[in-house]
Design a binder for this molecule. Structure first.
Ligand code: FUL
Length: 480
């Protein structure tokens, strides 16, 4: 009998204790762990450096002599230290561009630094950049152009073996590698071991990417592959630094492949009901070209231009891959580094003081009336807590009292993307003399969305989620 009462009491206590409201079910597809880490990097540096730096070309023909590669004051540490100071989190190096010249002493070709006068043929740019990345704690990534205008076998299966051998060489000699770039460009003509002809390949099948990717994954399981179609990260569809104002991280990759024409608009916006999480990466050069050319010294993007690019890339939920090409000396030119430092200063000042941090927030509703999903999660500076609504609720409003009238320059919103990308449309309103006025609107949010508020004065701000694929889940709102 004693035990019976004990059991009754236990059942009673169990039923009275408050039930945990289950968190929202993920809205598939969701990012993999390596994609999530990539989103959080936000700013990466791209480095284009090869014989083009010395010939003044953008696409070397493939007949350049290794003898012309001879930087006089080369210092990869200088590059990476500048990138670090600018706030970059990773570096992707063109280990081989379309001209086929290899920046490491590959045993599979003579067309490499081992036949250059530079460091008496003992130099290795890939090794040096990797080491500098370790030193400055940036992640290291590689670009290995599939199109090779130097190689005699390009166009046949023998070249695919060559390409795979080189990947094997790179991934067993250097690393870890966080991202690998597969460029879709192919202009057809080239040196091709002296044949000097045009070679066409079938872009959808020639490279047999699945086999190649699996080979690399065996050596580097966490790697993210970039190409037009992913599978880890997709191209944003332009080289101007502009992600779609509507930017879904999702897309259906089955009919896409690197280099396929006519898919730029789709890549730019992604697809609301895409089957895979393949976020867009925004690649753009600080200069007109991808390689250093002295005559483009006057065309280095200004800090203000770089800041605008930040808003149209990171501010639209993408990661920015900004190309900074070393010059003929093998150094990042001061024009580029000054511009980068100016850019950093603009970022630091624009996003210095989040005036809604810890402020009182009112929301239209929150999930299960459970504080775990309450409004304060939006302004607690904790990326792991979020505001969420009940499953059936796909709209809502968030109102933040500023306590006094202040000029507002930017609003920054972040969805909790481990549960998928959900929000389709929202508006931003400000209050003045007790009257609300809409001052901005947006569509998707994703990992991060930043909207300009142009210094409008206000004593409260309201975000209205007007449409969402599923109940909205927002981890962070900041106002500057
Ligand atoms: C393009 C290439 O053709 C350019 O030279 C550059 O490498 C850019 C990042 O990708 O497809």
């Amino acid at each position: 009998m004693k035990y019976f009462y004990l059991l009754l009491i236990t059942v009673f206590i169990f039923n009275c204790s408050p039930k945990e409201t289950p968190s929202p079910a993920p809205l598939l597809p969701v990012p993999a762990a390596n994609q999530l880490a990539w989103h959080q990097m936000e700013l990466n540096a791209f480095v284009h450096f090869t014989t083009n730096t010395f010939t003044g070309k953008e696409w070397g023909y493939g007949d350049e002599s290794p003898a012309i590669f001879n930087p006089t004051q080369y210092n990869a540490d200088q590059w990476v230290q500048i990138f670090k100071n600018a706030g970059f989190k990773g570096v992707i190096l063109t280990c081989k561009h379309h001209d086929g010249f290899c920046l490491w002493p590959s045993k599979y070709t003579e067309h490499s630094v081992k036949n250059s006068p530079w460091q008496q043929g003992q130099g290795d740019v890939v090794r040096d950049v990797m080491r500098a990345c370790k030193k400055y704690e940036l992640k290291f990534g590689v670009y290995l152009s599939p199109w090779d205008r130097n190689h005699a076998d390009y166009g046949s299966t023998a070249y695919i073996d060559y390409y795979r051998n080189q990947l094997n060489e790179l991934f067993t000699t250097y690393g870890p590698v966080f991202e690998m770039w597969f460029d879709g460009a192919n202009g057809g003509d080239g040196y091709y071991g002296g044949k000097r002809e045009k070679r066409s390949i079938q872009g959808s099948t020639y490279y047999d990417w699945p086999t190649t990717l699996n080979q690399v994954r065996e050596l580097e399981p966490e790697i993210l592959f970039f190409s037009d179609a992913g599978p880890g990260v997709r191209w944003v569809g332009n080289e101007r630094g502009v992600a779609g104002e509507t930017n879904w991280n999702t897309i259906s990759p089955d009919t896409l492949y690197a280099g396929k024409a006519g898919i730029e608009n789709l890549l730019n916006t992604g697809a609301e009901n895409g089957t895979h999480w393949i976020p867009a990466e925004v690649d753009v050069s600080i200069r007109k070209g991808w390689f250093y050319h002295a005559e483009e010294d006057t065309l280095v993007k200004t800090p203000e231009q770089l800041f605008d690019i930040y808003l149209t890339s990171v501010g639209r939920g993408s990661t920015l891959l900004l190309n900074i090409p070393p010059d003929k000396r093998g150094l990042v030119h001061t024009l580029d580094s000054s511009s980068l430092m100016g850019f950093r200063a603009l970022l630091d000042s624009a996003f210095k003081t989040n005036i809604v941090s810890g402020k009182p927030v009112q929301v239209s509703s929150f999930r299960g009336k459970d504080e775990k999903y309450g409004a304060s999660n939006l302004v607690d500076n904790d990326a792991e807590t979020y505001w969420a609504t009940d499953d059936a609720v796909t709209t809502g409003s968030i109102e933040i009292d500023l306590g006094e009238t202040k000029p507002l320059n930017f609003i920054l919103l972040q969805e909790y993307i481990p549960l998928g990308q959900r929000i389709k449309a929202f508006t931003v309103e400000v209050r003045n003399n007790n009257t609300w006025q809409q001052i901005a609107e947006g569509t998707t949010i994703g990992y991060k969305r930043i909207l300009k508020l142009n210094g409008v004065n206000s004593d409260a701000i309201r975000i209205i989620i007007t449409d969402s694929k599923a109940s909205p889940v927002i981890s962070n709102i900041a106002v500057y």
